[in-house]
Design a protein around this ligand. Structure first.
Ligand code: SAH
Ligand code: SF4
Ligand code: F3S
Length: 461
C-alpha cells in the first residue's frame, strides 16, 4: 500500500505530466435544480474533450463557471455574490476566464457583461455544445462573448457526453416547458418543450449502466408530457428504460399533476423497478390561487389522484412543492393549503415564499404580499410539515428497507448513507464489505424529519 508521502509524490508527478500535456483546470459551481446538475455534467464532458480537469479550488483554476438558477430572486442574488468573489482572482490573473451559464445567463444575457466587467462569457442552456469554440475564441482574441440563442430542436451532440462517477445518474429526456405557470420563469430560461428520441435516451442509459450506474432519474420539467413529437409515450419510455439490462431503479421528476395519466399510475403495479416515489407539485390548496397560477387542476382533482396512488401503492412516497404568499392569497386561502397538507400527509414538502420574477404574468398581479406575511406563512407551513414528515418517517421504524449505498453520511463519517426506493435517506453503521453502489437490507431503528437511521440485520435474523 502507498504511504501518504508516496501518494503525494505520485500526485505531483501526475500533475507535472498534466501541465506538460497542456491540461487546464475548471472550477464549476452549480446552483438550482437537477436540470442544472445534469447540464453541469455535460459542461464538464465538453471541457474534458479540450483538456480541462475539474478543481475544487477557484484559485487553481484557468476557467471558472457558475451554472446558475433564477427561479426565485434569492437564487439569483446568490449568483451575484458568488461572482463577486472572483473579481480579485481575475485582477491577479488576467488570463483567467470567468463564465456564467444556466438560467441567470439566459435571463440576463448581455446585461451580465455590463454588470460584471471581469466576466468573459455568458452562455444559456441551449448553448452548452458551443463551449469549446467559445473558449477558443476568448483565449485567442480576449473577446467577451454572449451565447443565449434558443433553438427549437434538440442537438443530440449536446447529450451523451455525460460520464457517470457513481451509482446514480440523471438523464434528460426533454428540455424546456410550455406551461407558463403565471409565476414561473423556467419557460423563458429553458425555452419551448422538446423531447429527445427514445433510442438516444436508451443509448445514454445503456452507456451509464456499463460505467456502473444502477439507478437513473429521468429529467424533465413536465415528464408527463414527454412524447409530443417523439416516437413513444412517457409510460412506454419508462418500460423501455426499466428493461435496460443492469438497471435496478428508475426514477423521474417532475410530474405535472394535470398531465399524470392512469396508464402511468398503473405502470407502478407492473414495473417493479420504478422507484416508489412520485414528486407531484401541488403549489396551493386554494382553487382560486391555482387558477391564477394557471396550473390546470383543482385541489380536489389533485387530492383524488393522490388518494388513488396511495390506495394502489401504500408504500409509495409522495412529495410536493408549495408556494405561499402568491399575489392576492388571503389568510383563508392559505388555510386551504394547510388543510390540504394535513389531509394528504406528504412524506416531504419543498415550500417557498412567492418571489416575483421578471417576464412572468404574476409579477404584475395586484395584491403582492409583504415579506412579513409571506415569511410568517412559510414558517407556519414548514413547522406543520416537519411534524408530518417525522410522523411519516416514524411509520417505517422496525421495517426492513432496501438501501442503495451512496457513501458515508454527511454528519457522521462512521456511517454509511443511502436512499430507499421511496427516496428516504437512511444512515447506518455498515461492515464496509461492498461500499457505495451496493443494495443493502437495513432495519429502520430511528426516525427524524429528514432522515432515518438503521442497522444491518445479522445473517439469519
Ligand atoms: N416543473 C416543475 C417545477 C420547476 S421549478 C413543476 O411544474 O412542478 C421548482 C419549484 O419552484 C416549483 O414547483 C415552485 O414551487 C417553485 N417556484 C417556481 N417559481 C417560483 C416563484 N416565482 N416563487 C416561488 N417559488 C417558485
Ligand atoms: Fe414552471 Fe409551471 Fe413549467 Fe413547472 S410546469 S417549469 S412551474 S411553468
Ligand atoms: Fe433554476 Fe433554471 Fe432549474 S431557474 S430551478 S436552474 S430550470
Amino acid at each position: 500500500m502507498d504511504s501518504p508521502a508516496s501518494l503525494k509524490w505520485k500526485r505531483d508527478l501526475l500533475e507535472m505530466e498534466q501541465i506538460k500535456e497542456g491540461v487546464k483546470r475548471v472550477f464549476l459551481e452549480t446552483f438550482g435544480c437537477q436540470m442544472n446538475d445534469n447540464d453541469s455534467e455535460r459542461i464538464l464532458g465538453f471541457l474534458k474533450n479540450i483538456s480541462y480537469i475539474r478543481t475544487s479550488e477557484p484559485s487553481d483554476a484557468d476557467l471558472i463557471i457558475l451554472n446558475t438558477c433564477s427561479v426565485r430572486d434569492k437564487a439569483e442574488q446568490k449568483v451575484y455574490s458568488a461572482l463577486g468573489r472572483f473579481r480579485e482572482l481575475k485582477e491577479e490573473r488576467p488570463g483567467l476566464i470567468v463564465g456564467v451559464a444556466g438560467c441567470v445567463a439566459q435571463q440576463e444575457g448581455q446585461k451580465l457583461l455590463k454588470r460584471a466587467p471581469y466576466l468573459d462569457l455568458v452562455f444559456g442552456p441551449h448553448n452548452i455544445h458551443k463551449l469549446p469554440d467559445l473558449i477558443g475564441e476568448i483565449s485567442e482574441k480576449r473577446a467577451r462573448l454572449v451565447a443565449v440563442e434558443q433553438s427549437a430542436s434538440i442537438n443530440e451532440n449536446e447529450y451523451g457526453l455525460v460520464s457517470a462517477s457513481g451509482e446514480k445518474a440523471y438523464v434528460s429526456i426533454m428540455r424546456g416547458c410550455d406551461n407558463f405557470c403565471s409565476y414561473c420563469i423556467v419557460p423563458y430560461t429553458r425555452g419551448r418543450e422538446v423531447s429527445r428520441e427514445s433510442a438516444d435516451i436508451l443509448d445514454e442509459v445503456t452507456r451509464l449502466v456499463e460505467s456502473g450506474v444502477q439507478e437513473v432519474t429521468l429529467l424533465g420539467q413536465n415528464v408527463n408530457s414527454y412524447g409530443a413529437g417523439a416516437d413513444v409515450s412517457f409510460p412506454e419510455l419508462l418500460r423501455l428504460v426499466a428493461g435496460v439490462d443492469g438497471i435496478k431503479r428508475v426514477r423521474f421528476v417532475t410530474s405535472h399533476p394535470k398531465d399524470i395519466s392512469e396508464e402511468l399510475i398503473y405502470l407502478f403495479g407492473e414495473e417493479l423497478k420504478l422507484a416508489r416515489h412520485m414528486h407531484l407539485p401541488v403549489q396551493s390548496g386554494s382553487d382560486r390561487v391555482l387558477k391564477e397560477m394557471g396550473r390546470g387542476y383543482t385541489a380536489s382533482e389533485y387530492a383524488t389522484k393522490v388518494q388513488l396512488i396511495k390506495r394502489l401503492y401504500p408504500d409509495m412516497a409522495i412529495t410536493t412543492d408549495i408556494i405561499v404568499g402568491f399575489p392576492g392569497e388571503t389568510e383563508a386561502e392559505f388555510e386551504e393549503t394547510m388543510a390540504l397538507l394535513m389531509a394528504l400527509r406528504f412524506e416531504n414538502v419543498f415550500s417557498f415564499m412567492y418571489s416575483p420574477r421578471p417576464l412572468t404574468r404574476a409579477a404584475s398581479f395586484v395584491g403582492q404580499l409583504p415579506l412579513d406575511v409571506r415569511s410568517e406563512r412559510l414558517q407556519r407551513l414548514q413547522d406543520a410539515q416537519r411534524e408530518i414528515s417525522l410522523a411519516r418517517n416514524l411509520e417505517l421504524v422496525g421495517r426492513r428497507v432496501e438501501v442503495l449505498v451512496e457513501g458515508t453520511s454527511k454528519s457522521d463519517g462512521s456511517r454509511f448513507s443511502g436512499r430507499t426506493s421511496c427516496n428516504r435517506i437512511v444512515n447506518f453503521p455498515y461492515d464496509g464489505i461492498n461500499g457505495p453502489g451496493a443494495f443493502v437490507e437495513v432495519v429502520v431503528t430511528e426516525a427524524y424529519p429528514n432522515s432515518l437511521r438503521g442497522e444491518v440485520p445479522q445473517q439469519g435474523k
